[in-house]
Design a protein around this ligand. Structure first.
Ligand SMILES: [Zn+2]
Length: 312
């Protein structure tokens, strides 16, 4: 083979590799195409300030609402390849889980939700929110039962909602949106809307439909955010399950409560410090974030913990 021809073949090989890589990149969609901008709410904070806030008098009430019962594969909820999961001989199965929403009332700043639960409208007619039948089947609607729909939750709130603090943009956390007024601002962790992941090619259309006609998402601007500037509620960037995954610490009238979000879906995962499984975009970061939250609670055992999808 002549030198020129061999060089041509190398070039062709390199070009094919480049095209293949580009194709994979294009297929990796972002979570949503909805606009996002930095949040005008919240002050940059840190873990020391958060720890200091735990001892101060609390004035915020927090109500936990079990919106739906559901099942999901344990291999998605928990890293079954973790040595602790292996030594416990955990097998993949359909794990019983719940979908939660939280109603937060601040005496000066008003009423907020943390995550949204499941709206009856989404549950009854997912196709009305842009969800094709095959995706609804994948989502596992047939194993989901509503306990308190988002419509029923919102009906108990007397004043207009001032905002929704999201733990992340996965469908099981934003499926309550059809029951929430279009003008209510939504807050999300930094980087959440920009991360690319192959599964988002399937879910992005639904996420976009759920946010249609709503204001731009507002990104928390630092790793720790003192949301109202009074030490009552903190957003804690806990990336790994998704890039913008966020936990919330609420200094409630019943004591400090950590809403871990999907930094830990399961009780077993929290108790054994084993991070979530295949549903996560970055398992190593997810493990680091879980370690930080578990350590926070070890240092401050007065904190009550609420996990993403199970009760402790
Ligand atoms: Zn979830």
């Amino acid at each position: 083979m002549g030198k020129k021809k061999r060089y041509g073949l190398y070039l062709l090989g390199a070009l094919s590799l480049l095209i293949a890589t580009a194709a994979v990149w294009v297929n990796q969609a972002t979570a949503t195409r909805h606009a996002a901008q930095p949040s005008n709410l919240g002050h940059e904070s840190n873990q020391k300030a958060l720890s200091g806030s735990l001892a101060t008098g609390a004035k915020v009430t927090l109500k936990t609402v079990r919106s739906a019962n559901w099942t999901a594969p344990l291999s998605g909820l928990l890293n079954l390849n973790h040595p602790k999961a292996k030594s416990a001989s955990l097998q993949d199965n359909d794990e019983k889980i719940q979908v939660y929403a939280y109603h937060l009332q601040h005496p000066e700043h008003g009423d907020f939700l943390i995550d949204t639960g499941v709206s009856q409208q989404f549950y009854d007619a997912p196709q009305s929110q842009g969800m094709p039948g095959w995706l609804a089947a994948q989502f596992g609607f047939e194993t989901m039962n509503i306990v308190t729909s988002t419509e029923a939750l919102v009906a108990t709130i007397e004043k207009p909602l001032q905002g929704v603090f999201l733990t992340h943009l996965h469908l099981d956390h934003i499926s309550g949106l059809p029951a929430i007024d279009k003008q209510v601002p939504m807050y999300v962790g930094d980087g959440e809307t920009l991360e690319r992941y192959y599964l988002y090619a399937a879910t992005r259309g639904v996420v976009d439909t759920l946010f249609e006609g709503r204001p731009a998402l507002r990104n928390w601007r630092s790793a720790y955010v003192d949301i109202f500037g009074d030490g009552s509620v903190f957003a804690i960037h806990s990336p790994g399950h998704t890039a913008g995954s966020t936990a919330y610490l609420v200094n409630s009238t019943e004591g400090p409560i950590l809403l871990a979000g999907d930094a830990s879906h399961t009780a077993w995962g929290w108790e054994h410090q084993v991070e979530p499984g295949k549903f996560s975009t970055d398992q190593a970061r997810s493990r680091e974030s879980l370690d930080v939250l578990v350590q926070l609670v070890k240092d401050h055992p007065e904190i009550t913990v609420r996990l993403g999808h199970q009760e402790l």
